[in-house]
Design a protein around this ligand. Structure first.
Ligand SMILES: [Zn+2]
Ligand SMILES: [Zn+2]
Length: 455
């Protein structure tokens, strides 16, 4: 295999020069920052197509053919470039690889080798400066900007593409890329419409130029929309998101949060009702004997990711709530001091060795003022836990927000603290916040305590 110079790698003479992308854009040099070749292909050609469309009536057959060819070439990118070559999420027989390399070339998005290398860098360095289309640089940048403005190739993260260099189909397509583009992008769509029903010019304009424009814009949405719109059910530390709209636009590449978590899964959508025609195509090709070794993560692994993300969301919600001052941060009170203060009119009530200031709550007590007042200055543990009324979980939660101190040697608290220590540590979330589950408040006794006269 002869080593052709890699077009994306700077030549030796260039390495010392400052790349234009690393210089400030000014009124004098802005045009040097623009990648005019890409501008021509991505913006100029579609505009010329729109102008020509004004003079070429659209025939129904040509319209249907353009849509069919849109799916062929789009799937060349999603099933071929993306899921087969960039991620190796399945294996394909030689005829299928040739087919995907051809129709993928007809989408005019660069060679497989170039595309897959950038895409691997995108996965490896998502959202960083080494991500070739980082959404952190703006939605428009991730959609188009990264192609229409010159990039310093040295900035893009390095990835291993030795497997691609060993695939003769990939190498052949890379070497003959311009021929593939012209043939598959323009000549084939024109030939079908011309030989089929005599609409040569319509085939060129609609199934060729304008179809290329739509396929390009649709697949560019994977880099922009899929990192901007939707939910993050598996991980929210990076930008990829799941959304049905993105899926509809991108032939099923819209479950992008899942995809970044499980990139070598041949699926993007894991639910049967989600739209993923790329997955359906690969599966159908498997039934036809064209594709094999379809990779799939176990649902156990997928659910673990989902549960962890849910847990994170719960932790964030929990952290925003007032759970009362932690016991170890409360001042220690002598029992006599507690009784004394209660006698002097402070609404203090001790439950399970924790002192609560209920002064402002007495008038709001659902069980009446008299009931709560009868516990002031006393050990109300039993009263609160079934002796008088077996208080609800909500009541224990509310009570905890009124904590002001702990009684020295206050039986229950000490026992509880020791028990917690013996169980190694408190249950904490990932930010170190203690988790207090329903019924596990320090004031809660495991069983209702009956009153003496009820017995
Ligand atoms: Zn992505
Ligand atoms: Zn990917």
């Amino acid at each position: 295999m002869s080593s052709k110079p890699d077009a994306t790698r700077p030549r030796a003479a260039d390495t010392k020069k400052v790349h234009i992308a690393d210089t400030q854009m000014t009124r004098q040099n802005w045009y040097k920052h623009v990648n005019w070749l890409n501008v021509t292909f991505i913006i100029g050609v579609p505009i010329s197509g729109c102008i020509q469309a004004l003079f070429v009536p659209l025939q129904l057959k040509t319209a249907i053919w353009a849509v069919i060819y849109y799916f062929f070439t789009g799937l060349g990118i999603t099933a071929g470039y993306h899921r087969l070559w960039a991620h190796c999420s399945y294996s394909a027989t030689l005829p299928m690889r040739i087919w995907l390399a051809l129709v993928g070339g007809g989408a005019v998005e660069g060679s497989i080798r170039w595309w897959a290398r950038d895409h691997r860098a995108h996965h490896r360095y998502t959202d960083t400066d080494k991500d070739p289309y980082s959404v952190r640089k703006g939605l428009l940048y991730s959609h188009l900007g990264w192609m229409v403005m010159k990039q310093n190739p040295k900035r893009i993260g390095r990835t291993d593409i030795t497997d691609l260099n060993e695939d003769p189909v990939v190498v052949w397509q890379h070497r003959n890329y311009i021929k593939v583009v012209i043939t598959m992008g323009l000549i084939v769509p024109m030939l079908v419409a011309g030989l089929g029903w005599g609409d040569w010019y319509g085939g060129f304009v609609y199934a060729g130029i304008l179809r290329i424009f739509f396929v390009q814009q649709a697949t560019f949405c994977v880099n922009s929309l899929a990192h901007w719109l939707g939910d993050q059910p598996f991980d929210d530390r990076n930008s990829p998101r799941d959304h049905i709209i993105t899926a509809l636009v991108t032939l099923g590449e819209g479950y992008h949060n899942f995809h970044h978590e499980f990139p070598s899964d041949y699926r993007n959508a894991i639910e049967w009702h989600q739209y993923d025609p790329t997955k359906w195509t690969i599966w159908t090709c498997k039934q036809l004997g064209l594709a094999y070794d379809l990779k799939q993560f176990r649902s156990n692994e997928i659910e673990k990711g989902r549960v962890q993300q849910l847990q994170k969301k719960i932790d964030q919600k929990r952290a925003k709530l007032d759970w009362g001052t932690p016991l170890d941060q409360l001042p220690v009170m002598e029992w006599d001091d507690y009784v004394e203060q209660a006698k002097n009119g402070r609404g203090l009530i001790s439950i399970a060795g924790v002192v609560h200031d209920v002064t402002d709550f007495i008038k709001d007590h659902p069980g009446g003022k008299a009931m709560i007042k009868s516990g002031l200055g006393k050990d109300a543990t039993a009263m609160f836990n079934g002796g008088v009324y077996y208080h609800s979980n909500g009541a224990h939660n509310l009570l905890s927000t009124m904590r002001v101190g702990v009684i020295r040697g206050g039986g229950e608290v000490e026992i509880w603290k020791r028990a917690q220590k013996e169980n190694s540590e408190y249950v904490r979330d990932e930010t170190g916040q203690r988790i207090i589950r329903a019924g596990q408040q320090v004031t809660k006794m495991p069983e209702p305590i009956p009153t003496a006269d009820a017995a």
